[in-house]
Design a protein around this ligand. Structure first.
Ligand code: SF4
Ligand code: F3S
Length: 106
């Protein structure tokens, strides 16, 4: 499965959702999660993310391992998103900031 990682938090560009053939992105207040039970490993979303926040499960950067279970958990409670929407107005300011997990809203 593919996994949305920390840099999506407060960036949430949503380019990723348009290319997913099986609609496995789920939307929270300031983060998106991929449903691992739906993802078919097509790889299309990974290069679409301007924040480079999407990785294959087996290719997660060091320190991002917790996002595997977090995606699974949040995808179960958040609604599906299939259409791109405007990013938060301050998205570019947050892009690349470290330690954003503390800002994740549920
Ligand atoms: Fe969707 Fe493909 Fe990305 Fe999986 S890898 S979330 S199926 S676009
Ligand atoms: Fe997040 Fe990147 Fe998608 S910032 S919403 S994973 S395009």
């Amino acid at each position: 499965t593919f996994v949305v990682t920390e840099n999506c938090i407060k960036c949430k560009y949503t380019d990723c959702v348009e290319v997913c053939p099986v609609d496995c992105f789920h939307e929270g207040p300031n983060f998106l999660a991929i449903d691992p039970d739906e993802c078919i490993d097509c790889t299309l979303c990974e290069p679409e993310c301007p924040a480079q926040a999407i990785f294959a499960e087996d290719d997660l950067p060091s320190g991002q391992e917790a996002f595997l279970t977090l995606n699974a958990e949040l995808a179960k409670i958040w609604p599906v998103i299939t259409a791109q929407k405007d990013a938060p107005p301050d998205a570019t300011e947050w892009d690349g900031k470290p330690d954003k997990l503390q800002y994740l809203e549920r």
